[in-house]
Design a protein around this ligand. Structure first.
Ligand SMILES: [Cu+2]
Length: 110
């Protein structure tokens, strides 16, 4: 009896954190979080293709296409994926998807 109650409680907590996680991800896609710049990872380009930021922010890459892409650049080595997001600290330089030639994001941190 006690054991069954405990299991129910654990299941409820897992379900709660799962829905909280997706709520946060949904919010991030619509509004840019302070200190973070959202970059869309599409088929086959980054949106925007270039960006200038003041020192400090993170680049939040959000996958939105149908094909797999990775992100390799200064301080970034994000493995191939199809959906989801990943953040890295913004640094000046060129970020690329190594799978698709010409898929580049130019970042300038001033
Ligand atoms: Cu790609």
């Amino acid at each position: 009896m006690n054991r069954k109650l405990t299991m129910t409680a654990v299941t409820a907590v897992v379900a709660l954190s799962a829905s909280a996680g997706s709520a946060i991800a949904g919010a991030d896609q619509n509004a840019s979080v302070a200190g973070s710049k959202t970059i869309s990872v599409r088929d086959d380009y980054f949106g925007p293709r270039s960006i200038t930021v003041s020192k400090g922010p993170t680049l939040r890459f959000v996958w939105g296409g149908r094909r797999p892409h990775n992100v390799v650049g200064p301080g970034a080595n994000i493995r191939i994926r199809v959906r989801g997001s990943a953040s890295v600290k913004a640094r000046s330089g060129t970020y690329v998807c190594t799978i698709h030639r010409g898929m580049k994001l130019s970042v300038r941190v001033r």
